[in-house]
Design a protein around this ligand. Structure first.
Ligand SMILES: [Zn+2]
Length: 76
C-alpha cells in the first residue's frame, strides 16, 4: 500500500503575526503599479504573496495611493 501525499493540501494559515486562522485568500503586491490584488488562495511558496484569513482580508489596508483589486469570487 502506498501512502499518497497530496501536495498543497496542508492547511494554509494567515500570514499576519499572531494570527492562527485558516487562510482564505492570497494577497499579492504589484509595486510597479502600486496595486494590491486580493483573490483566492494562490500557489504556496510565492515570496510576493501573503495568505490572509477572512478577517484580515476584510481589514486589508494599503499605503496611500495604492489600489486594491478584490476578486469577489470569495463570496457567494
Ligand atoms: Zn488573520
Amino acid at each position: 500500500m502506498a501512502v499518497v501525499r497530496l501536495a498543497g493540501m496542508r492547511d494554509r494559515l494567515c500570514s499576519k503575526v499572531g494570527c492562527a486562522r485558516e487562510a482564505m485568500s492570497t494577497l499579492t503586491y504589484d509595486y510597479g503599479d502600486q496595486m494590491a490584488a486580493l483573490g483566492p488562495l494562490g500557489r504556496a511558496g510565492d515570496p510576493h504573496a501573503h495568505d490572509l484569513c477572512a478577517i484580515h482580508a476584510d481589514r486589508l489596508s494599503v499605503p496611500r495611493g495604492w489600489v486594491v483589486v478584490r476578486h469577489e469570487t470569495l463570496r457567494a
